[in-house]
Design a protein around this ligand. Structure first.
Ligand code: UDP
Ligand code: MG
Length: 320
C-alpha cells in the first residue's frame, strides 16, 4: 500500500484549549480504525489561549498531524478554507473541534464516498445541549435562507461533511471572501448526499459564535446567495412613496375644498419618523452589499499564516 494520504481531516480551532486534546484523541481513534493513510490539519484561528501550544505538542509526537497557525482571528469559514487549501487527501472531511459533530460518523461518510458520492454532508436530526435560542434562530435562519436563495442549500446542515478532492479544488477556485462554505458547496453541484446524525453537546468550553458573529454569518450567507433584500428595499420604497403621494392628494383636496384643515404636526412628525426609519433601513441593506463589494474589490489575501508544523516549508496551498 502506498503511503500517500487518502483522508484529510480539517479542524478549525479558536480558543479550544479545553477541547483540542480530547478532540485529537477521538479523531485519531476513528481515523486509525479506517486503516488507510490520513492527515489531520488543525487550523488555529488566532486563539488567545493555549490552543496553539497544545496542537504544537501533538504535532511533535504524531507526524500525521499538521498545523496551520493564523496570525489573528480570521473567522471559522476562512479557517476551514485554509485547512482545505493545504490538504493532500483524496477525500477531505471538515469537522468542528468541540466534538458536537461526532467523529464516529466519519466512517459512514467514507462509505458513501466509496459508493461514488462527491459530497457527503452531515444532516442534524437533533441538537443536544444547544440553548432554545440557538435552536430557534438556527431553524429560522436555514428556512429563511432557503426561501431567499435560488441555490438548493439543504436545511439543518453544518460544515461537518466529506468532500471529494475535485470539490475541494473547485472550492479553492472560488475567490470570494464572505464565504458561506455550505452554500458554495451546494452551488458547485456534484453528486451530493446527506448522512443523518444527532449533534452532541459541546465537550467543554462555550460557543465561539457569539450573537455578533452569528449575525455576520447570517448576513454573509444571505448576501452571497440572494439579491432579495435589495428587492425588498425597492418594493418597500415604491409602496411607501405611493401611499405618501395618495396622502398628499388627500391633503391638497382637503385644503382646497373642505377648508377646515387640521393643525397637522403630530401626523407630520409621525410620517417623518416612519419614513426616515425606512430610508435608513434601506440604506443599511444597501450598505451591507457595498461593504462586501468593497472587501472583494480590495483583493486582500483571505488569511495570513504565522507558522506551520509538519507541513513542508515551501508547500503552497491550492490558493497559492
Ligand atoms: N471557530 C473558529 N473561529 C471562530 C469561531 C469558531 O475557528 O472565529 C471554530 C471553533 O473552534 C469550532 C468551530 O469553529 O471548532 C465551531 O464553533 P462553535 O462550536 O463555537 O460554534 P457552534 O457549534 O456553537 O455554532
Ligand atoms: Mg460547536
Amino acid at each position: 500500500m502506498s503511503d500517500s494520504v487518502i483522508y484529510s481531516v480539517v479542524v478549525p480551532v479558536y480558543n479550544e484549549e479545553q477541547v483540542v486534546l480530547e478532540s485529537y484523541k477521538r479523531l485519531k481513534k476513528v481515523m486509525d480504525s479506517v486503516n488507510e493513510p490520513y492527515e489531520i490539519i488543525f487550523v488555529n484561528d488566532g486563539s488567545r489561549d493555549k490552543t496553539a501550544f497544545i496542537v504544537n505538542e501533538i504535532c511533535e509526537k504524531d507526524k500525521n498531524i499538521k498545523f496551520l497557525d493564523f496570525s489573528r482571528n480570521f473567522g471559522h469559514q476562512i479557517a476551514i478554507t485554509a485547512g482545505m487549501d493545504y490538504t493532500e487527501g483524496e477525500a477531505i472531511i471538515v469537522i468542528d473541534a468541540d466534538l458536537q459533530d461526532p467523529p464516529e460518523v466519519i466512517p459512514k461518510m467514507i462509505e458513501k464516498w466509496k459508493e461514488g458520492y462527491e459530497v457527503v454532508y452531515g444532516k442534524r436530526i437533533e441538537r443536544k445541549g444547544d440553548t432554545f435560542f440557538k435552536k430557534f434562530t438556527a431553524a429560522a435562519f436555514y428556512r429563511l435562507l432557503r426561501r431567499m436563495t435560488d441555490v438548493d442549500i439543504p436545511v439543518d446542515t453544518g460544515d461537518f461533511r466529506l468532500i471529494d478532492r475535485k470539490v475541494c479544488v473547485a472550492l479553492s477556485n472560488v475567490g470570494e471572501r464572505s464565504r458561506y462554505i455550505r452554500g458554495l458547496i451546494s452551488w458547485l453541484g456534484f453528486k451530493q448526499i446527506g448522512v443523518e446524525f444527532s449533534r452532541d453537546k459541546r465537550f467543554a468550553g462555550e460557543t465561539k459564535y457569539p450573537l455578533k458573529k452569528m449575525i455576520k454569518f447570517a448576513f454573509d450567507a444571505i448576501t452571497s446567495f440572494s439579491y432579495k433584500p435589495l428587492k425588498i428595499a425597492t418594493y418597500a420604497g415604491t409602496i411607501i412613496s405611493f401611499i405618501g403621494f395618495v396622502y398628499l392628494l388627500v391633503i391638497i383636496f382637503q385644503a382646497l375644498f373642505i377648508k377646515n384643515t387640521q393643525q397637522g404636526w403630530p401626523s407630520l412628525m409621525a410620517i417623518t419618523i416612519v419614513f426616515n426609519g425606512i430610508v435608513l433601513m434601506i440604506l443599511g441593506i444597501i450598505g451591507e452589499y457595498i461593504g462586501r463589494i468593497y472587501d472583494e474589490a480590495k483583493g486582500r489575501p483571505l488569511y495570513i499564516i504565522r507558522q506551520t508544523k509538519n507541513i513542508e516549508k515551501d508547500k503552497k496551498g491550492l490558493r497559492g
